[in-house]
Design a protein around this ligand. Structure first.
Ligand code: GLP
Length: 260
């Protein structure tokens, strides 16, 4: 794992923005895996700013989001469809026909999940998978004990995750119990992964991901198996790492180095 530690959240966002921009410029027809959550909002703002400045175009790109709540229609104010339109899709030159999220409101969500996995395969797989991390170590909605060999399917959300996401809904009861999420194995199939975490609330999950045992108890730890996984952190999210000074020596200021 390439662990890049930046001083503050703003620098971490900019570093993640650099990595996404380089991938899109290197391969304009890139297939991006996209994530939602509060952490990603400033990253989308950063990418939109680069697009507005004329230095970045998504016109040739294809996107696949990680997940969607079961039961929410695309126009529901708390759906990830809506989040993506407002945070990113409506603000850049992406071809909307090539943006994909699983539909949470279909009669057969499991069939939709299988179809979504097929669509990713037909697109040639994901070039760069962007990820956040849940406080319990989830990636996408792959909750603790999710199979590390899993594919896109329906997952039951933990109460911890529902409490964390309750802020978007009117109450805990209103917060969905299930989501369609791409699997851990689907994530590991991406040619590169980029996980962004900011703030001390993520420090423990980050330490378990990077330095803990490879375990379904922390699904993000599966990234230890990925040959091209980059983790971008601010000081808060890096604060529980035992080998922090080693990562800072290898990647001073969170920059690339010849030898990881
Ligand atoms: C949700 C999403 C994840 C995201 C996580 C963290 O559960 N399914 O993809 O990484 O939240 O969100 P936040 O960035 O708001 O802490």
């Amino acid at each position: 794992m390439k662990v890049l530690i930046l001083n503050d959240p703003e620098a971490a966002i900019e570093r993640a923005g650099d990595i996404v921009s380089e991938a899109v410029r290197a391969r304009p027809r890139t297939v991006l895996g996209l994530a939602t959550g509060g952490t990603m909002l400033p990253l989308y703002d950063d990418l939109v700013a680069r697009h507005d400045a004329g230095s970045l175009s998504f016109a040739g790109a294809t996107t696949f989001n990680l997940d969607e709540y079961v039961g929410l229609a695309p126009d529901h104010p708390c759906s990830y469809h809506r989040y993506m339109r407002e945070a990113f899709f409506d603000r850049v030159d992406l071809d909307r026909a090539r943006t994909h999220l699983p539909r949470g409101d279909v009669a057969d969500p499991q069939g939709e999940a299988e179809d979504y996995e097929r669509r990713i395969t037909e697109a040639g797989g994901i070039d760069l998978q962007i990820l956040g991390i849940g406080r319990n170590g989830h990636i996408g909605f792959n909750e603790p004990t999710a199979s590390l060999g899993s594919r896109t399917r329906i997952k039951t959300l933990t109460d911890d995750t529902r409490r964390a996401n309750q802020r978007y809904f009117s109450s805990f009861e209103e917060t969905p119990r299930h989501a369609i999420t791409i699997g851990v194995a689907t994530i590991l199939d991406a040619r590169a992964t980029l996980l962004l975490a900011t703030g001390e609330a993520k420090a423990e999950a980050v330490a378990r991901m990077v330095e803990g045992p490879l375990s379904a108890a922390c699904p993000a730890s599966a990234l230890q198996l990925h040959p091209n996984a980059t983790i971008v952190l601010d000081a808060g999210a890096a604060s529980s790492l035992t080998l922090r000074s080693y990562y800072e020596t290898v990647h001073p200021g969170g920059q690339d180095s010849a030898f990881d």
